[in-house]
Design a protein around this ligand. Sequence first.
Ligand code: HEC
Ligand code: HEC
Ligand code: HEC
Length: 342
Amino acid sequence: MNRPPLLACALLTIVIMANSLVAQAAERLPRGNAAKPDVLYHNYCSVCHGDRGDGNSRAKNSLVPPPKDFTRAPELTRDTMITIITHGKPGTAMSAWKTQLSEKEIVALADYIRATFMRVSLDPKLQRGRVVYAQNCMVCHGERGQGAAAGAGLIPARDFTTPQARNELTRDRMLNAVTNGRPNTAMAAFANRLPGADIEAVVDYIRTGLMLPTASGISGTNAHAGRDGKSVAEGMNLAFSNGLKGDPVKGEKMYMANCATCHGTKGDGKGPRAYFINPKPRNFIDKNFRLAFNRPAIYTAVHDGRLGAEMPAWSKVLSDQEITDVSEFVFRRFVQQGKNSQ
Ligand code: HEC
Ligand code: HEC
Ligand code: HEC
């Protein structure tokens, strides 16, 4: 770049001003009731940060740096989290959410993550429980409490992550099982091997760190599905949040007429106009895009546009139904690559 620095400075100021205008406009937009933080997390964040907040997701292996493991991040303060969720983290796949989520929703999300996934790392007693678990229990109950296949004829170690386990296993029942063992199973008594405080710590760790509740409003029992990627699939199958259904055939026409000039007929971001544009139009067949953009995310991106980039806010020219149609097309053709989906 050989622009005079003064001009660069002025441009930067304009971009910053424009961004804050967008933020203000977003604040003024009429919004429905703020969505519940657990639902927001599962809709928008778990695709990268994992269902259990431990960064275990399908996106993990394709992102550098990988998504944060909240269960091992005691250094993260609440303020830092709110700032990063609002503005994103430059140089990482963590984008700014301020145009998609209200301030209230962002604060609620940070608190939800802290209360659900960070509790163990913020509480010394639970941390002790994690150590006791790793040393004494993991060999049978698995790294994440999922149990392990037992040998023929043996009763398998309890899977702590199922809804059934959550219903059945009261704290007292667990303390009793660990203290006295379970007759005729491999579950031995730990009364002589661990001090009472450690037994309490490990049970409380299992209850807070491994037996996570299913998010409200999320259908099915996918709270522990992160390890087989099922929850990722479910997040990717979310319907549009406006309740509309998209027509991909109409959407294709709309796409070829309005979007292909920048994003390309193949969705690779190499349309004829792309050459003249900075930042470049989004490449929809890129792995990171395909991991992060489900129907609601595409809809919001098309509806609101991207200030500071030549991505128009299509709400000014297209109806909600038309935006839904074109988003459905982008989702099916590029994100899902034509694989049939509902
Ligand atoms: C496309 C993947 C992706 C999505 C979706 C995503 N994140 Fe992130 N997130 C990341 C990555 C990558 C980092 C950076 C990790 C690092 O720097 O070590 C990150 C970092 C963070 C951090 C700060 C951690 C730090 O190290 O400073 C917070 C807080 C956070 N994300 C919250 C969220 C929330 C809340 C959502 C949903 C609204 C979300 N993220 C959605 C990928 C994602
Ligand atoms: C050698 C394998 C093994 C080890 C080690 C082990 N468990 Fe178990 N655990 C089992 C088996 C098998 C069961 C299932 C018993 C049953 O169904 O009655 C079980 C069941 C349980 C249950 C549920 C009991 C119930 O009431 O249904 C709890 C709680 C439990 N284990 C906690 C622990 C803790 C905590 C540790 C570590 C301090 C631990 N286990 C170590 C094999 C093991
Ligand atoms: C004039 C060029 C242009 C046109 C026309 C255009 N886009 Fe974009 N689009 C962009 C640019 C530039 C970006 C931003 C890339 C970035 O921020 O890195 C973008 C980003 C996007 C994104 C991702 C948003 C994000 O947060 O990264 C989606 C989805 C999208 N466009 C869909 C569409 C659809 C659907 C149409 C047609 C209705 C369309 N675009 C038309 C240039 C265009």
